[in-house]
Write a protein of this length. Sequence first.
Length: 240
Amino acid sequence: MRLNRFLAAAGIGSRRHCDELIAAGRVTINGKPCTDFSAQPGDRDHVKIDGKLVRVARPLTIVLHKPAGFVSTTNDPAARNTIFDLLPSKFPRLFNVGRLDVETEGLLILTNDGELAHRLAHPRYKIDKEYEVTLDRAWDHALASKLLSGILLDGQRAQIARLHPLALTRLRVVLRQGMNRQIRRMFEAVGYKVKQLVRTRIGNLRLGDLPRGHWRALAKSELAALKQLNQKIPRGRESR
């Protein structure tokens, strides 16, 4: 395993970030600085970054059904519950792929594969994220065009990719962006309050019947499909 892949597998970050650490001379193998990108550490080698030993944990990618009331961080200054309180303490360090705000429920992917986490979250790949939205009153279908064409939030155009009514006050919404509290703010901009928001799908991975507060490891087939998904660059973006 090449050095940058070794570091990414240890949860250090994306391969690009690991390449930067190697180029900066911050990585040592058996006490000697290593700037050789083709180096392949063995099982008995000691790899360190800035003097701190790096270990590769067993690969782990899980899905979690985040309940409302939990924040998507390792720790919270306001002492609120975090998503990591729902996981076994024996787990290796995991990265959450994107975040859900404290009030939002639903599907979160957590992994110790830094490269996978980075690529799934990167806006370049425009991966679908599907939500079920419950509003405070009946939805006016005439407003859909405003959300689909885009609304300015903090100087950026926020768009909903697809919108499908499920009931008078319930909608299915697909995003390909990841702006802060985007769905809630977009509906507020057209006069609605979001009462409940649940993420039900990321790419081809669905929440299904996983209970709130529970997690499960991804099957090999699901993981392979995710990795295949984030290798696809949207048409028209190849030359940019």
